[in-house]
Design a protein around this ligand. Structure first.
Ligand code: PEP
Ligand code: MN
Length: 355
């Protein structure tokens, strides 16, 4: 079945339960979401790829019929997660307007190809979540597979849901914003939405992460909402009631990409000019610093001395941290910069010593 919808609304707000659990929960959640007037599209998982067996694995086809009912009841377009060609066929049969490829599926080229083949010739919106691993090639590969079967860029959305890592941290899936931004510059014609629910894994930081996405000029959100999160069968701790979601959505400021205000344009031009000059100086300084590293390499070679001298490096870091504090520079940031410089400096010395 073809649905020929225009999904150009900006920002696009997709919301709904992590999973369609019962007919009542699906319909109640979606009805309340629609009543907020702030949601453009519904989402609900009916096939849940669980990390371990034994969890709630979704309600399957019957769940899909509830999502179709929610769509009819609210008049909003709706979508589900798909991971196989059978899922795609069923989703299309039930009139879904959107399908999303989940993080666990994006990481598997066999599955992505199968889903892409099943989507050939359709007009539905296709969201491609980033893979679990911070691997832009896999994410790009998934996009390429969909484009290759003829899915148009306007039909695609990148969905940034953060990346897995080992251990426990402040996020369930750290966003690594720079990777998402790199992905956007690889595919400038494909809009990107943020999935703060799976980035955060809890309710507390959803507002902050959503605002950051808006500040970075994302094109919308996909966010989880449940009529009663306390009894949700999946992702209970990150879901919001429709009322709390409405409060959150009203609080977000979506920024315009630019303005014609001449004062703004002039100030921005001036500041950007200063940044460009400083960058030029920084690069010249780095080049000079590396040349000196090479000279040090030569001297060490002549005297048969090892490259790495631990105490020297710790004293550089110590001195720089003191300076960072005085100049109001973030210490973690400066440490990252210094480490990158140190690695390159060792590489340059190593080249000289082994010539
Ligand atoms: C989901 O959206 O409910 C989901 C399973 O997401 P992800 O694939 O990002 O983990
Ligand atoms: Mn979920």
């Amino acid at each position: 079945m073809k649905t020929n919808k225009n999904f150009t609304k900006w920002p696009l707000i997709i919301a709904g339960p992590c999973s369609a659990e019962t007919e009542e929960q699906t319909l109640e959640t979606c009805k309340h979401l629609a009543e907020t007037g702030l949601v453009d599209m519904l989402r609900a998982g009916v096939w849940k790829p669980r990390t371990k067996p034994g969890g709630f694995e979704g309600s399957g086809l019957i769940g899909l019929s509830w999502v179709a009912k929610a769509k009819e009841l609210t008049g909003l377009p709706a979508g589900v997660e798909v991971a196989t060609s059978k899922h795609v066929e069923s989703a299309l049969e039930f009139g879904m307007d959107m399908v999303w490829i989940g993080a666990r599926t994006t990481g598997n080229p066999f599955s992505v190809q199968e889903v892409a083949d099943a989507l050939r010739g359709t007009e539905v919106l296709v969201l491609i979540k980033n893979p679990l691993t911070p691997d832009l090639e896999l994410w790009s590969g998934a996009v390429a597979r969909l484009l290759k079967v003829g899915v148009r860029p306007e039909q695609l959305r990148l969905a940034h849901r953060g990346f897995s890592f080992y251990g426990h941290g402040e996020y369930r899936n750290p966003p690594l914003w720079h990777l998402a931004l790199e992905m956007r510059s690889r595919f400038p014609e494909i809009p990107m939405v943020c999935d703060p629910s799976h980035i955060c894994g809890n309710r507390h930081r959803l507002g902050e992460v959503s605002q950051k996405a808006a500040d970075l000029r994302y094109d919308g959100l996909i966010i989880e909402s449940h009529i009663d999160p306390s009894i949700a069968l999946s992702d209970a701790s990150q879901q919001l009631t429709p009322a709390s979601l409405a409060t959150l959505l009203k609080s977000i400021r979506w920024r315009q990409s630019t303005t014609d205000n001449p004062e703004f344009v002039e100030t921005l031009d001036k500041l950007r000019g200063q940044i460009d000059e400083i960058d030029t100086e920084l690069i010249e300084l780095l080049s000079r610093r590396m040349n000196i590293s090479e000279q040090i390499g030569k001297v060490k070679k002549e005297n048969d001395v090892a490259i790495l001298q631990g105490s020297r490096w710790s004293s550089i870091v110590e001195r720089s941290m003191l300076q960072a504090k005085k100049l109001d520079l973030n210490e973690a940031f400066l440490k990252t910069v210094l480490e990158a410089i140190h690695i390159e400096s060792i590489n340059r010395q190593n080249e000289v010593m082994n010539k």
